[in-house]
Design a protein around this ligand. Structure first.
Ligand code: NDP
Length: 493
């Protein structure tokens, strides 16, 4: 099928110069600029100004002023109404947002519509519903009275202040919404730094936020590379850092934030396992894992990268996976009939190719893994058979379209294999054997365990990692702890 037609609004947005969004205004670029590249063609599609340190200071100052003068005392119900209005505007501008996202990240247009538009709106409405439910508790102090007086105590949940939100390039708008929805719902204000590869949709979002009635300064966007992210984390007026990205950068961010005792939430990488138990329905698991493992070319933090299957069923699994992969169309992400598209950016493309070269050199590549003979950062999805639990492809996050399969015999060996990485984000068990699943769940070192599904992230269910996959939780009511400070009040009467 041909590519979909670009909306006139999409073309107009791409043609405009872009820079920072500070105190409710898109400001003109003041210095260095960088290009946004379409990974499907490798052509530049837009130009964005990188933030200077003055602009960074202006953005934090705008967020601080808005917090102190407006947003912290804003009526909670009215806060929720603005977030709901923003969700409506995301849907109303959905096709333009989806097109901008596909052009800058290479995500299929179908996925961009589903995740960056529909799910972003859904998550935002979830956070909006919390604004009126952020409460402390009353408690009865327990020590005995000294002279007949009585005591009472309660806690207040106080918004922390200016939040630095730093997001990666894989789901730039949706992950930005996870952070700013939570922060704004709690009464915090935000300075957001998108990845240099995918700044466009959050800039569009900032414009929509203003239209929704968000006060100037409540949401500010600064652009640039890692150095501006680091300067943001170091800023003395930033009271909380919410970071999603790689383990390597997350460790740096954590160290920088710790120097000022700035609170930090880290949502980092994973080397997630999908585990087929002895009774698993292989056809069902292959169908699901084909979607979940290779969605957005595997550039999903929670996507399965390691597949464990009983040794006597490994050949059946590899055959069925290879057959299914050969049927999945790959090509332009603006063509609605394609399932797979390009890798999102050149450094990630080169990283994936280097992992595939390793698999080839070690005789592990079972299917795919070839670059396409055309413009764009395309690689066919790959299937690898591991030689040992210590293989590079069983240990390191590739963040690419590579699933690595390994056999096992019994449950205790399997648990050791699952836990045998520094990561701990998500694990799925594929089984109808309730006893086995319930035995294994507490022993799996992972922030989430899914049964007969994988990668599902829901606003009502806390999400985050253990071990090197991160610190803190997003969603559910857990996000409230991350964006508020608990103040205790005690009184005698
Ligand atoms: P990076 O860690 O490279 O970058 C993440 C963000 O941090 C980008 O905006 C980046 O800017 C910025 N940054 C880079 N250096 C610094 C620094 N020193 N201080 C502050 N900010 C900095 O991750 P990627 O963008 O490559 O994203 C992929 C990674 O994200 C994968 O490991 C993936 O697993 C993880 N991820 C985790 C999720 C989770 O919820 N657990 C969800 C999605 C992804 P710039 O890009 O401009 O350099």
């Amino acid at each position: 099928m041909p590519d979909i037609q670009l909306l006139p609004e999409t073309s107009a947005f791409l043609d405009r110069p872009h820079s920072q969004f500070i105190a409710g205004e898109a400001i003109a670029a003041s210095g260095e600029t960088f290009d946004v590249i379409n990974p499907a063609t490798e052509a530049a599609i837009a130009t964005v100004g990188a933030a200077s340190s003055d602009e960074l200071n202006q953005a934090v100052a705008a967020a601080k002023t808005c917090f102190n003068d407006v947003w912290a005392d804003f009526n909670p119900y009215a806060r929720g109404q603005i977030l709901n209005k923003l969700a409506d505007l995301i849907e109303q501008n959905g096709e333009e947002i989806a097109q901008l996202e596909t052009l800058s990240s290479g995500k299929s247009i179908n996925l961009a519509r589903l995740f960056e538009v529909q799910q972003s709106a859904l998550f935002l409405r979830y956070f909006a519903s919390w604004t009126t439910k952020i409460n402390g508790e009353t408690m009865q102090p327990s020590l005995p009275s000294m002279a007949g007086e009585k005591y009472s105590a309660f806690t207040l949940r106080q918004h922390i202040g200016v939040v630095a939100a730093i997001v990666p390039w894989n789901f730039p708008l949706m992950i930005a919404i996870w952070k700013l929805g939570a922060a704004l719902a709690c009464g915090c204000t935000v300075v957001l730094k998108p990845s240099e590869f995918t700044p466009l949709t959050v800039l569009k979002l900032a414009e929509l936020a203003r239209q929704a009635g968000l006060p100037d300064g409540a949401l500010n966007i600064i652009n640039g590379k890692g150095d501006i992210g680091e300067a943001l984390v170091k800023h003395p007026d930033v009271k909380k850092v919410s970071f999603t990205g790689s383990v390597q950068t997350g460790m740096k961010v954590n160290q920088t934030a710790a120097q000022d005792m700035t609170r930090c939430t880290l949502e980092l990488g994973g080397k997630n396992s999908a585990v087929l138990l002895h009774d698993a329905d292989i056809d069902r698991a292959v169908g699901a894992l084909l979607q979940l493992g290779y969605i957005h070319q595997g550039q999903v933090c929670a996507a399965p990268e390691r597949i464990y299957v009983p040794n006597d069923r490994i050949d059946e699994l590899l055959d069925k996976f290879s057959a299914a992969l050969s049927q999945a169309p790959i090509g332009s992400p603006m063509d609605e009939s394609n399932v797979f598209g390009p890798i999102s950016n050149k450094p990630q493309y080169e990283k994936v190719l280097s992992y595939l070269q390793y698999a080839k050199d070690h005789g592990q590549l079972v299917y795919g893994g070839e670059p396409f003979d055309q413009d764009g950062l395309y690689i066919t999805p790959a299937l690898v058979k591991a030689s040992s639990a210590e293989d590079v492809l069983m240990q390191q996050e590739t963040f690419g379209p590579i699933l690595t399969v390994m056999g096992y015999d019994d449950e205790s060996e399997l648990l050791e294999l699952i836990n045998n990485t520094p990561y701990g984000l998500g694990t799925s068990l594929w089984t109808n054997n309730l006893s086995a699943a319930m035995r294994m769940i507490p022993k799996i070192e992972s922030g989430t365990v899914w049964i007969n599904l994988h990668t599902m992230v829901d606003p009502a269910v806390p999400f985050g990692g253990v071990k090197q996959s991160g610190i803190g939780r997003e969603f559910g009511s857990a996000f409230i702890d991350e964006y508020t400070e608990l103040k205790s009040v005690m009184m005698a009467y």
